[in-house]
Ligand binder design. Structure first.
Ligand SMILES: Nc1nc2c(ncn2[C@@H]2O[C@H](COP(=O)(O)OP(=O)(O)OP(=O)(O)O)[C@@H](O)[C@H]2O)c(=O)[nH]1
Length: 507
């Protein structure tokens, strides 16, 4: 084959990759390419298949693509898409826990063990953690979605990242869960992200957690016992019933490698029996208009029913688009109708990839007016619960995480200036952009790497008018800032004294 014949000219649509938040693996490659005057682009062919290609910085619509990197063109008629059959109740679970404690290994092991009963397709460790399909489509690679069934239920399983840097993705992943499998390595016992993931799971509203005490193949019985004891204590301190929680001891790696069945395969069978028994299928509400929070091309559990051909609106981050739902898929199977709790993807008419971002919501037209002002009841975590030891002062800034969105906001307390750790109060929260949020939504407030508190929306207020918004975004004048700083110093002093007194009392 000559060099020139290795290229094909086709009308591919290319779009530069700009957001690397969920593509850390290619971020460095993109940097190197940039130095050479080339950029990474998502390229889409006539069939809608997407892949990544490096191209000169300038955007071009007609691109030369190496044959090897272009998707193979099948001469056969395309296979009819499998249809999702609703023969069992559907439940969303997932693995949470500290980095390297074995979440992905366990996810792979569950699919392997259930595949022996033809209840799942085997997903290897690499398929889950490397998700080439996801990379190709330019969606998140940090939390992976797999499906499997037991005799009783069909499961959507989200494997969350454990690393502290990816907490944002963990929150999005955990929002989809009706119950969680907490993975703890018996060799380490509970670690910082074990606590953080549990705290966040509790705040998001995950009431049912089953524990898999992993790596029992390399931990001696005393270590396993100690890890279990520490974990039960930790869970109690976070508000779970640590004494009653179900703990399954085993080794995901042994299950994956077909070694020591009593530690491996048998523990996975026991784990899934426990999940079946102790994580109840939530009652789904069909009465509300549909609301699907967007996580790139995936949607996470919503309410109401979505039918293909439905008109819909995309709202959030001060954007509004009208669209039509052309197709719905769940785990690559076609759905006629999406039900609340389905982990589905929707194909939307006349919507460009860049129009939509994580955190927006696909809703029934007119069912929700996005707002930038809400009233909420907020609880400030104390140090023992994974929060800060510091008090929070009115007019503080924070990042609000709600379903799949995160947005900067200002917190103005109602009728007080100080909120001590362990206390709660009502407040008005102003977002920097109108967001898709409704009464009763639960959210988490974070500041950098720390979870500050948790809240629930009590009222949806009218969005700010243009003048109010402009003033809000402009911030305070120099004089106002100086006056505020002086008051802040006074309040911080009061808070310090209060905390010192409390610590003295406790001692
Ligand atoms: N000995 C032993 N090693 C295990 C076991 N389970 C997982 N591992 C190893 O632990 C390491 C981390 O496993 P992962 O499954 O990637 O951990 P993770 O929790 O998914 O990690 P993150 O997704 O990065 O948070 C890998 O080298 C696994 O082979 C086990 O049961 N026994």
């Amino acid at each position: 084959m000559t060099e020139s014949s290795a290229y094909t000219k086709r009308k591919y649509v290319a779009q530069e990759v700009e957001d690397f938040d969920n593509l850390p693996e290619i971020k460095n490659i993109a940097k190197v390419l940039k130095g050479r005057g080339r950029n990474l682009h998502f390229v889409q062919n006539e069939k809608g298949e997407q892949f990544l290609a490096s191209m000169p910085t300038k955007f071009r619509k007609h691109v030369w693509v190496r044959r090897a990197t272009a998707p193979p063109v099948s001469r056969k008629a395309p296979k009819a898409k499998e249809v999702y059959k609703r023969s069992k109740d559907h439940c969303n679970v997932g693995t949470i826990g500290h980095v390297d404690h074995g979440k992905t290994t366990l996810t792979a092991a569950i699919t392997k063990v259930l595949a022996e009963k033809k209840l799942s397709k085997v997903k290897t460790y690499d398929e889950i953690d490397n998700a080439p399909e996801e990379k190709k489509r330019g969606i998140t690679i940090n939390s992976a979605h797999v499906e499997y069934s037991t005799e009783n239920r069909h499961y959507g399983h989200t494997d969350c990242p454990g690393h502290a840097d990816y907490i944002k993705n963990m929150i999005t992943g955990a929002c989809q869960m009706d119950g969680a499998i907490l993975v703890v390595a018996a060799t380490d016992g509970p670690m910082p992200q074990t606590r953080e993931h549990l705290t966040l799971a509790k705040q998001i509203g995950i009431e049912h957690v089953v524990v898999y005490l992993n790596k029992a193949d390399v931990a001696d019985p005393e270590m396993v016992e100690l890890a279990e004891l520490e974990l039960r204590e930790l869970m109690t301190s976070i508000g779970y019933n640590g004494d009653e929680v179900k703990v399954i001891v085993g080794s995901a790696l042994c299950a994956l490698e077909d070694k020591f069945p009593e530690l491996g395969k048998d523990s996975i069978v026991k784990l899934m029996q426990t999940v079946d028994e102790f994580i109840p299928t939530p009652k789904r509400s069909f009465d509300f208009p549909f609301f699907l929070p967007i996580e790139h091309v995936y949607s996470i559990p919503g309410r109401g029913t979505v039918v293909t051909g439905s008109e819909a609106e995309i709202v959030g981050y001060n954007k509004y688009y009208k669209t039509i739902i052309q197709d719905i898929e769940m785990f690559k199977k076609s759905l006629e109708e999406a039900h609340p709790g389905d982990n589905c993807g929707a194909l939307l008419k006349n919507i460009k990839r860049d129009d939509v971002r994580r955190g927006m919501a696909l809703i029934k037209p007119g069912s929700l007016v996005p707002t930038d002002v809400i009233k909420a009841q907020v609880y400030l975590l104390d140090g023992k619960e994974g929060g800060r030891k510091k008090a929070m002062i009115t007019e503080s800034q924070g990042i609000i995480f709600c379903r799949t969105f995160d947005c900067n906001a200002r917190l103005d307390f109602d009728s007080r200036e100080l909120l001590m750790p362990g206390e709660d109060c009502s407040m008005t929260i102003r977002f920097i952009k109108p967001m898709a949020i409704d009464k009763g939504s639960r959210f988490t407030i974070r500041d950098g790497a720390v979870t500050l508190g948790t809240g629930v929306v009590t009222e949806i207020e009218q969005p700010m008018g243009p003048k109010e918004r402009e003033a809000f975004l402009r911030g305070k004048t120099k004089k106002q800032k100086e006056a505020q700083q002086a008051r802040l110093n006074e309040l911080e002093e009061i808070a310090r004294k209060k905390i010192a007194e409390k610590e003295l009392e406790e001692a």
